[in-house]
Design a protein. Structure first.
Length: 450
């Protein structure tokens, strides 16, 4: 064995402690480190010819890159929808790497069983009694749902897209009110094409689809419908119940993009926002956002795992055939797969339904508190009511949104991201971290000069 590897193996327990201390340096400084890190540009370093082992690598990382890490694991990183990692999720992720299982099949390891248990728990948490699998994020979850929808369109037309390609199908329409950018990306990968998204009218002053416009579009024949449960700008929700009701009269595959809005289901206060979603054909929920597991993790649910296996099966002489209960590698874009379920399993085992409900409700309370401060300020105005965990607002005067955001980032106190809502340059503050509390909202308000 290479000398440095042999030395590290001999010293493994002490080295794991060193790694733990490095992690503690990252987490212990969340309150003080700038939430948005300044860009780092260290001089290029050639590939080490032999290296000096793990301790030296930890020191090199500390000197070269550590100060460039953002505070995205912390409570005042409100950009995008970022979440953090609960203590149990972090431990689950460490064990995922330590055990290094391949969750592609149930052969010789409990890995697939753990994933099935985690999927079952998530189904209970969200009230979605559907089959599912872990994927790397909501983009992949949307991609899988749309791929099954594409196959379903083939089934209606009596052709197999998986065998004959997307050209075997005529015009494909993907109908949605306020589709997330990942829908276009997925359709590009799937060979459907970004232009095949038909963006439908939304309700006045809302991002929710106008269901009568959807019904009119459905009269022209089978389609894929993407219902949105939590738009990124204003966290608006389509009337999913009304959309599901249309299934009795029209033929369509209903995919629900509930990347973070799906967590409304975790609190009885907000569950009405996704009422009826168990009637969907496929559902996307991100887990590295509001479940607070580390990147990268999402779940995809579907009621047609058979069509899913037609799309994703990877049958080979040494891999076996999908069979009636396909292994995970026949259901997801990846073939080899990390045990991505373990962090989710751990956080659900450690804190359960009540713990995760508490995270959701505290985050919504924080968003509402910030929303009230914005509403009462001279400097800013709300662009939409605070429906869940995102505050969407803009400046009242000539002040540029970009300048406000730069100043907040420079203060080191918080990180917020820009958007454009109904043509107005705007600021989004998205709450999704388990640590965030009232004191953090106060610090964000101060950084915003309110
Ligand atoms: C974040 C998000 C996505 C994409 O998620 P990734 O995890 O970044 O792939 C898709 N849809 C919605 C509504 C989102 O908020």
């Amino acid at each position: 064995m290479f000398a440095e590897l042999a030395a590290d193996l001999a010293d493994l327990p002490a080295l794991l402690d060193r790694a733990r201390l490095a992690a503690q340096r990252v987490l212990g400084s969340l309150d003080d480190r700038p939430v948005a890190a300044a860009a780092l540009n260290p001089a290029p370093l050639a590939l080490p010819e032999s290296g000096d082992g793990l301790v030296a690598a930890l020191e090199l990382f500390g000197a070269r890159w550590e100060s460039g890490l953002s505070g995205s694991a912390g409570p005042r990183y409100l950009g995008f929808v970022t979440g953090g990692a609960t203590p149990a999720a972090l431990a689950g992720d460490w064990l995922t790497a330590a055990a290094d299982q391949n969750a592609n099949t149930g052969t010789g390891s409990a890995a697939a069983g753990i994933e099935r248990e985690a999927i079952g728990w998530l189904g209970e948490l969200f009230g979605l009694p559907l089959a599912g699998a872990f994927v790397s994020g909501a983009t992949m979850s949307n991609l899988v749902g749309l791929a099954i929808g594409r196959e379903w369109l083939g089934e209606q037309a009596g052709v197999s897209v998986t065998e004959d390609g997307v050209g075997a199908l005529g015009d494909i329409r993907v109908l949605s009110g306020s589709p997330h950018s990942s829908i276009g990306k997925s359709l590009s990968i799937l060979g459907v094409g970004r232009r095949h998204v038909v963006t439908l009218p939304t309700l006045p002053g809302r991002e929710a689809v106008d269901v009568s416009a959807l019904e009119a579009a459905l009269r022209s024949g089978p389609a894929i419908v993407v219902a949105n449960a939590g738009t990124v700008n204003t966290v608006d929700f389509d009337d999913i119940q009304a959309v599901v009701a249309l299934k009795q009269r029209y033929e369509f595959w209903l995919h629900v993009d509930a990347a973070f809005g799906g967590f409304a289901a975790v609190s009885p206060n907000y569950a009405h926002l996704v009422a009826g979603w168990e009637g969907a054909d496929s559902v996307c929920v991100d887990l590295h956002k509001w479940l607070n597991v580390p990147y990268d993790s999402a779940v995809q649910f579907t009621r047609r795992p058979d069509l899913q296996a037609e799309v994703f099966h990877n049958a080979g002489s040494y891999l076996g055939l999908p069979g009636e209960h396909p292994e995970f590698m026949h259901l997801t874009p990846e073939t080899s797969r990390r045990l991505r379920a373990l962090p989710a399993w751990f956080t659900l085992a450690a804190y359960g339904r009540a713990g995760h409900r508490d995270i959701v409700e505290r985050n919504v309370d924080s968003a509402r508190a910030l929303g009230e401060r914005v509403d009462g300020s001279d400097r800013f105005r709300l662009l939409a009511p605070v429906r869940l965990n995102v505050v969407c607002f803009t400046t009242t005067g000539d002040e540029r949104v970009g300048d406000v955001l730069d100043a907040v980032s420079r203060s080191g106190e918080a990180f917020l991201t820009p958007t454009v809502y109904q043509g107005v340059p705007a600021i989004r503050a998205a709450f999704s971290n388990w640590r965030t509390g009232p004191a953090d909202v106060g610090r964000v308000c101060s950084a915003l000069g309110m």
